[in-house]
Design a protein around this ligand. Structure first.
Ligand code: PEP
Ligand code: MG
Length: 879
């Protein structure tokens, strides 16, 4: 029979999959002899079973929960529901991967009308007892019974106002009794029955609610953004309550062993006296920095510092800890490897190696490749920054620079983003987990309230999004959608502002940004990555400027140069259009002659920038209509420019119309119809290589034929390439090596890869088209309905961003194998979007590819992901 419930004393840190991160670490700390309130964990398997059984808790699991409850009661010597000696618990979720703010917590469970009286007598603290009860009613009603939190907050605010109380702590016991009375009335009015008084029912309902919360919309979004599978489930931790709200000798806090923004080795955190956990995280009262705790309670502070050191040494990583002090005594409520900014992640990883705590491979596994993104984007230009005047200052909660238009609601930010807005700053009084999607589409987040561990700060750091929190300099009116800066200027929705997440400064204007540099810890870690990885990393780059950026980020070649991008330039498009509208081969050749020198000089630029690294040039790919205007007025203007009649041009445009252009006359099919295009492109590539090699380089160009599905079509185009290249090389009287290969982006090419490899010297998997054609849905339109698929749990992630290993991956693996059968030294790469996605890179490593190719900004991400794949063991990027 399966075991579904474990006492903390029965588990350990290695049982994370079963007990969730929080449960496994509570068990580990218990084992280490640290002061952890006692309790038990209901496993993630119980959660998956709950879903499999149709959202019910099986009788045997329920019995096991009660059995473990009884054992815990025995251990602590208190009883559930006993007013004389009450046992109160917290109920918290805890998945395998931490999902901050995504799941729900209930504190003080076990209270009812009798127990609260008993608690008041026992603690000789009526105020505390009723403060705990009102918190419990609110949390239980919100999380378990779906009576919304703001309705309770309104009552609390009203009682505060009636009694002239500024803070919750100013309320007397009688005031709190009144709050409890009104809360219960609200509950009854909403639900039609009394607030549940039986603690065992409270517990079971709470466990179910935590299980349910695994599937709430914000958890689903968080999982998708963080590659967390939906079938993992969450564990539930039931733990004896300790109280930070017992008076001024009690308190609660959150602290990190190192600074999560900078990585500096110094205890960092915040605490609040006379408060419970959610007061710190919710950012309602502004907490005090950790150092001040020494003055408040030196003994507890020293014990905490000692515990923090034990934990960091034990886990050999920066720890994020929650603690409570109850009447001067310290209790640890949680520890976990702390979330950190990208810069902190790099510094901590390198420092831990230098301190002899971990080795280089362990350091490489500690940094989430996706997080590096935050360091690979621009910062404000120092000069502009110097002359700009901040209009407000808040806490530097998550570093980076952001410029954008102000939005006051998460949903509106999402809408704006869907409408194409790329620069969004979300301004909120404080954020809550419901805002997750809006936060994700924003370049920056500005909050009026809350500290460095407030929801906005934690989530923004995790996302690598710039955040300025707790900015009390500004006055926000969320309802009327404006804010006023400290000089009295009013900002409405759509106005531009800039945020500096490293200083906390807010600017009332657009500030220019500059490109990032890879120095210090970043380059150290990248060097370590390069030493272990076996996958090469190339970039997708079409211009010399992209190529230069790619080299700067450590690219070892160009895996895809999309030549059509060169034809869209304003000085080239006329010749391109002339080529397209040509009626005869002769006319077409004349237009191509104009394009030749332009292409040649583009390629020379690329070859020069790439300093002898391999460069893969893909021949013309898109359907030709993309180069022509579609609207009548534009056609008319172009006809005039091209000195042809409107009717003729319109006729050509309509003749190019296709019902399904993505599956139409594109890719190598263009070269089959118009061989002279392939001839011109071959000539441009070969002549460019000859020219740069004459100046001392040794370029071996790689010509790539797109959209091949049949060996004969590849051979047809390849023959043109080989014939033309031979002519050019002979005429120049030089020797030049070059390669001809193909993209594998049509399922038929993958299926017949052994054949295709007879002609192709290399394969590059075009997983954008391969995904499109394998799934049978359009890469441009799928976004419209994929949301429905996520909501209905049919797909968990966007297959155009994260490679579908089950289906598309099978084709890749098969084609790689078949290709090698025919040509053992065939070079294999990937150049679809997936080439920059860590989990897809891990797949490419396993499938035996030689390189991945991605956008220049993702090159460092790919280098680290490739290193993690080589080290193995499921790195951060490989969930
Ligand atoms: C692909 O299909 O994966 C690819 C890289 O080509 P494109 O995106 O240009 O179609
Ligand atoms: Mg393609």
């Amino acid at each position: 029979m399966s075991k579904y419930v474990y006492l903390f004393s029965e588990g350990n840190a290695s049982m994370k999959n079963l007990l969730g991160g929080k449960g496994a670490n509570l068990a580990e700390m218990t084992g280490l002899g640290l002061p952890v309130p006692r309790g038990f964990t209901v496993t993630t398997e119980a959660c998956t079973r709950y879903y499999n059984d149709g959202k019910v808790i099986a009788a045997e699991i329920e019995a096991e929960i009660y059995q473990m409850l009884a054992r815990t009661e025995q251990i602590v010597g208190k009883n559930f529901g006993d007013p004389e000696n009450p046992f109160l618990v917290s109920v918290r979720s805890g998945a395998r991967a931490s999902m901050p703010g995504m799941m729900d917590t209930i504190l003080n469970l076990g209270l009812n009308d009798q127990v609260v009286e008993g608690l008041a007598k026992l603690t000789n603290n009526e105020r505390f007892a009723y403060d705990s009860y009102r918190r419990f009613i609110q949390m239980f009603s919100d999380v378990v019974m779906e009576v919304e939190k703001p309705r309770f907050e309104k009552i609390l605010d009203a009682v505060k106002e009636e009694n002239g109380a500024k803070f919750d702590t100013d309320l007397s016991a009688d005031n709190l009794k009144e709050v409890v009375k009104r809360y219960k009335e609200l509950f009854k009015a909403e639900k039609g029955f009394e607030f549940p008084q039986e603690p065992k029912i409270q517990l079971m309902e709470a466990v179910k609610a935590v299980f349910r919360s695994w599937d709430n919309p914000r958890a689903i979004v968080y999982r998708r953004l963080n590659d967390i599978p939906g079938d993992w489930g969450t564990a539930v931790n039931v733990q004896e309550m300790v109280y930070g709200n017992m008076g001024n000798d009690s308190g609660t806090g959150v602290a990190f062993t190192r600074n999560p923004s900078t990585g500096e080795k110094k205890l960092y955190g915040e605490f609040l006296m006379n408060a419970q956990g959610e007061d710190v995280v919710a950012g309602i009262r502004t907490p005090q920095p950790m150092e001040q705790m020494r003055a408040v309670n030196e003994a507890a502070y020293n014990q905490f510092v000692e515990t923090a050191n034990i934990l960091e040494n034990h886990y050999r990583d920066m720890q994020d800890m929650e603690f409570t002090i109850e009447k001067g005594k310290l209790f640890m409520l949680q520890t976990r490897n702390g979330k950190r900014t990208a810069a902190a992640a790099l510094k901590i990883a390198v420092d831990l190696v230098n301190e002899g705590m971990i080795d280089r491979n362990e350091a490489l596994m500690k940094v989430d490749p996706k997080q590096l993104d935050a360091l690979l984007h621009p910062n404000f230009e120092p000069k502009a920054l110097k002359s700009a005047k901040p209009v407000a200052k808040g806490l530097p909660a998550s570093p980076g620079a952001a410029t954008g238009r102000v939005y006051f609601e998460a949903e509106e930010a999402v809408e704006a983003s869907k409408g194409g807005e790329k620069k969004i700053i979300l301004v909120r009084m404080e954020t809550s987990p419901e805002d997750i999607e809006g936060m994700h589409v924003s370049q920056g987040i500005l909050t009026g309230r809350g500290g460095m561990t407030s929801h906005a700060a934690v989530v923004a750091r995790g996302m690598g999004t710039c955040c300025v929190a707790g900015c009390s300099d500004i006055r926000i009116n969320e309802e009327e959608k404006y804010f006023i800066d400290r000089d009295g200027r009013k900002y409405m929705e759509g106005d531009w502002i800039s945020l500096d997440g490293s200083t906390g400064n807010v600017y009332g204007e657009r500030l220019p940004a500059i490109e990032p540099e890879m120095t210090g810890d970043f380059s150290t870690l990248m060097q370590w990555a390069d030493e272990v990885r076996t996958l090469k990393v190339r970039a997708n780059a079409d211009t010399p400027a992209d190529a230069a950026q790619a080299i700067k980020f450590g690219a070892e070649g160009i895996g895809l140069c999309r030549t059509e991008h060169m034809f869209f330039e304003p000085d080239r498009i006329p010749a391109m259009r002339e080529m397209i509208v040509s009626r005869t081969e002769e006319q077409r050749r004349k237009a191509l002659d104009k394009l030749l020198p332009m292409q040649r000089s583009d390629f020379e630029g690329l070859f020069r920038e790439m300093q002898g690294y391999p460069v893969t040039i893909r021949f013309l790919d898109p359907p030709l209509h993309e180069f022509l205007p579609q609207a009548e007025v534009d056609i008319e203007a172009l006809a005039k420019e091209m000195e042809m009649s409107f009717e003729d041009l319109k006729g050509i445009v309509s003749s190019l119309h296709e019902f399904n252009p993505m599956m139409g006359h594109r890719g190598c099919r263009l070269a089959v119809s118009y061989p002279e295009i392939a001839e011109m492109q071959t000539r441009a590539v070969i002549e460019a290589a000859i020219n740069v090699n004459a100046k001392g380089m040794s370029v071996v160009p790689e010509i790539m034929i797109p959209l091949v599905g049949e060996i004969k079509e590849l051979k047809y185009v390849k023959d043109i390439v080989v014939r033309t290249a031979a002519e050019v090389i002979e005429k120049a009287g030089v020797k030049l090596e070059y390669k001809v290969g193909t993209m594998i982006e049509i399922p038929r090419a993958a299926l017949t890869a052994d054949d295709i490899a007879k002609e192709a010297e290399f394969f590059s998997f075009g997983t954008n088209d391969l995904t499109q054609m394998t799934f049978g849905f359009s890469r441009d339109d799928a976004g419209k309905f994929l949301e429905d698929y996520y909501a209905k749990k049919i797909y968990e992630s966007d297959p155009f961003a994260k490679l579908d290993q089950t289906g598309v991956g099978k084709l890749v693996e098969m084609a790689a194998k078949l290709g090698k059968q025919t040509r053992p030294d065939i070079k294999l790469g990937i150049c679809g979007e997936h080439g920059g996605d860590p989990s897809s890179i891990e797949f490419c490593h396993r499938a035996g590819l030689n390189y991945v190719s991605c956008s220049p900004f993702r090159v460092p991400i790919a280098r680290l992901a490739a290193a993690q794949a080589a080290i193995g063991g499921g790195g951060l990027g490989q969930k």
